[in-house]
Design a protein around this ligand. Structure first.
Ligand SMILES: Nc1nc2c(c(=O)[nH]1)N[C@H]1C(S)=C(S)[C@@H](COP(=O)(O)O)O[C@H]1N2
Ligand SMILES: [Mo]
Length: 379
């Protein structure tokens, strides 16, 4: 009798899989909802209108329009481009802009990381509420100039046209003139060279490079100049942490994206596996990314591809100063079994991505510490 006939399980799918190792391995979060719910975490997050990027989009310099992450208050309004008007108030000369008027202003193009302030926090465990795209449209400075300047305004509130369930008014978020100037905020009408898709905020959204994306207000309907900080619910409560300062816990609003990195994929290549990911944030020049494949006992340097490598030929450096760097690492010595992986980013001034949670900070936002992932390498 042949071996197969005497052992019917020899041809079961499991043994076939072992003979042909998979092309890509799953990187499992080791904490939070994603650890406990596994694939159901995606479903649970969808219920609260959080949709992460799919795995196939989680590498390389640009996120495609299709599959871009989503985070909003459930409703995507349908805005008629013919009757659309953007109101600007509280400035030297309050006025409205039609879409045609916004199109006629000079445009800028920027490439940047857009990241939800709660991305990859310890509750979620996963970290796909992040994307990178090319956004273009007039800068906020250009729009304000067309209104005779900011006038008395020192702060701005940006209001969306989406109804917020139970509250009914649109989503809104505020920043100071100084923050908006520093970020060189823009009003995006296009994403990756296409008109803004409806889920991304058609016809106009705010884009604030370097600041977490709760401020990138979609379906923008109203820019309100103010003489004091906007203290709406999203500024005051929703996107805040508590920080201990001089022994006292104070509430702080999410703002500038912190220094971080994350391994996003593990793909089979000749002679082992290729770990890829992104490093971004911190507002400083990136020096290197280190990788551990043994739970932090040893660290090795990954190959870094700064954004200039991808965009430098087409765009001036200031257009991609808040873009992520892609990194990859050839994992040659991967032995069969389970491994704990992580990446850690370092800036040129010596700042490093935190290993542990900062005991002086409580909350779900701006979580920058190293993200651990578990992977099973087949034999
Ligand atoms: N009008 C409006 N803009 C919004 C939101 C919203 O609910 N309504 N959500 C904000 C939050 S919290 C995030 S993280 C980003 C997500 O942008 P995206 O859905 O295009 O990825 O949009 C921001 N802008
Ligand atoms: Mo967000």
């Amino acid at each position: 009798m042949s071996e197969t006939a005497s052992n019917p399980t020899a041809l079961a799918p499991r043994s076939v899989a072992l003979a042909q190792p998979p092309k890509e391995l799953t990187l499992r979060p080791v904490e939070g909802m994603a650890k406990w719910l596994g694939p159901f975490a995606r479903f649970a997050m969808r219920l609260v209108s959080m949709v992460e990027q799919p795995l196939e989009n989680m590498s390389g310099p640009l996120s495609p329009v299709k599959g871009y992450f989503r985070r909003d208050r459930h409703r995507h309004p349908r805005v008629d481009p013919e009757t659309y008007a953007l109101r600007v108030t509280g400035v030297a000369r309050p006025r409205s802009f039609t879409l045609a008027e916004l199109r006629e202003l000079p445009w800028e193009e920027r490439v940047l990381v857009m990241e939800c302030a709660g991305n990859g926090n310890h509750v979620m465990g996963s970290a796909g509420l992040v994307g990178q795209a090319r956004w273009s449209g007039p800068s906020l400075a250009t729009v304000l100039e067309a209104c005779g300047g900011p006038g008395e305004a020192t702060h701005f509130a940006f209001r969306g046209l989406d109804p917020v369930p139970l509250v009914r008014r649109g989503y809104h978020y505020g920043l100071s003139m100084q923050e908006l100037d520093q970020a060189r905020a823009l009003l995006a009408l296009e994403m990756n060279g296409e008109p803004l898709p409806r889920p991304r905020g058609f016809p106009v959204r705010m884009v604030v490079p370097g600041i977490y994306s709760m401020s990138h207000v979609k379906w923008l309907g109203h820019i309100e100049g103010k003489t004091a900080p906007h203290m709406g619910i999203h500024n005051r409560w929703v996107f805040t942490n508590k920080e201990r300062r001089d022994g006292k816990w104070v509430r702080v609003q999410a703002r500038w994206i912190g220094l971080k990195s994350m391994i996003t994929r593990c793909q089979r290549i000749d002679g082992g596996w290729r770990l890829t990911g992104w490093a971004w944030g911190g507002g400083k020049e990136l020096d290197r990314v280190e990788i551990t494949t043994d739970g932090g006992q040893s660290w090795r340097t990954a190959t870094l591809h700064p954004p200039g490598e991808y965009f430098g030929g087409e765009l001036p450096p200031e257009s991609f100063e808040h873009a992520w760097s892609v990194f990859d690492f050839h994992w040659r010595d991967a032995e069969a079994g389970s491994h704990l992986l992580a990446s850690r980013a370092f800036a040129t001034d010596g700042t490093a991505q935190l290993m542990d949670e900062d005991p002086e900070v409580k909350g779900h936002f701006n979580q920058t510490r190293v993200k651990w992932r578990e992977v099973d390498v087949p034999g």
